[in-house]
Design a protein around this ligand. Sequence first.
Ligand SMILES: [Zn+2]
Length: 243
Amino acid sequence: MHTKRTGRACRRARHRPDGFILLFGTRAITSNDASVDPVEAVCPRCGQRAQIVGKVYRPWFTVFFIPVFPVGSAKRFSQCTQCGAQFPIEARQLGRQVAAADQQQMQRAIALYNSLRNSPGNSVTLNELMTMYASIGEYDQAVSAARDFPQALDASEQCMVTLGRVYLARNEHGEAIGWFDRAIARNLTLAEAHYFRGVALLTASPPNCDAAAASARIARSNGYPDADQLVREAESRARQQHA
Ligand SMILES: [Zn+2]
């Protein structure tokens, strides 16, 4: 029996005197790791704030493909419940890392806040602060930061676009479009503003596909990288709407 346990690919047939064939093998079974609580974190792959759950992978000895008992040692890993990405790290350890990373982000946020208090008109710092909050899914904090430093916000079309993107992430399309419009009023060729204005118009309810296509075309002519795909999507949905 001992030899049957080795190797995942091992599958043996043993002929019994009565002609009956026994199939032995091993099969890996993945199950939830009940010993760790899910961790809420921004998934490194899909970028969503998602539950990362612990999983256990363990080879089982099988007879006729039915698992009979576990062989070999369990391997623990973690998995994103949004996109299914697996990470070769235990969820518990991931939790510690997330906590450490959050701690670092918070310290960075505090440093940026202090810097802004000293120079409240610094748009570059405000943009960095909002972007940092958005990257960890703290959209409310990003909005508060913009409210706290209106001078920096009003002086920068880039900050306006970032704030618009934050509102878009919060599913507040009207607010978002308002900020994209303000950014465009300051800088007519700001491709990012046109692009996300297009995204907001296309994803609003109800969507405005013609206007979205027009914004996407301006973003494309100003060289925004993903604009071509948005143009095609908006134009195709506009055609469906008119059909
Ligand atoms: Zn993910």
